[in-house]
Design a protein around this ligand. Structure first.
Ligand code: MN
Length: 199
């Protein structure tokens, strides 16, 4: 089994693809520039999922408070299982009782640049080192962000996500809470599904 496939084992095990509309990860597309996605996920707890394309899969973190746009504010990011690349455009409803049951919205989507590449540090290596520094080119998130593994609570999965300081600008930005793909809110996605079921 290729390393790519192996890293999706947990993702596949947790899901029944006959019951959830989530992608099974069979399609693998190679992007010229690696992509990132932020999905807003109304599951048992409302949170945001931040995913980075690394070696053909989406390496993923759950960020309860969402991406911080203020360099002074570091947000907890809990590493979760790798997701398939085509998950990046998944928007819809995971049925109740299934893993992650709830509504998913694509909050932001774009490409990123690895700041460490010029020092010969690949993204894979940066994940292993627990120190990721990237520039995001999203529809909402722009500029330099960092993900740093923390020893908080002695939990290996805990990282901190924050915006890196850039020349003087310090202002926190407020974004709209709509999908960058369909311009819908989480509620609208949930309601449209209910409407269809009642037809
Ligand atoms: Mn999630």
């Amino acid at each position: 089994m290729s390393p790519k496939k192996k890293s999706l084992e947990t993702y596949t095990k947790k899901r029944d693809f006959t019951l959830t509309p989530e992608p099974s990860g069979k399609k693998v597309k190679k992007n010229r520039e690696p992509i990132f996605v932020v999905q807003k996920h109304d599951a048992s707890h409302l949170h945001y999922d931040f995913r980075l394309e690394i070696d053909g899969v989406l390496v993923s973190w759950a960020i309860p408070k969402g991406p911080s746009t203020n360099p002074e504010e570091k947000h907890l990011a809990i590493m979760t299982e790798d997701h398939p690349l085509d998950y990046a455009t998944f928007e819809g409803i995971i049925p109740e009782g299934q893993y992650g049951g709830g509504t998913v919205m694509v909050w932001d989507l774009g490409t990123y640049v690895n700041w460490k590449q010029e020092y010969g540090i690949s993204m894979q290596q940066a994940v292993e080192n627990g120190k990721i520094e990237i520039e995001l080119h999203g529809k909402k998130l722009q500029g330099s962000y960092a993900l740093i593994r923390t020893k908080l609570h002695n939990e290996k999965r805990n990282w901190l996500f924050f915006k890196m300081k850039e020349g003087g600008k310090k202002k926190a930005v407020k974004y709209n809470e709509k999908s960058v793909l369909t311009n819908r809110t989480l509620n609208q996605i949930a309601q449209e599904k209910t409407k269809k079921e009642n037809l």
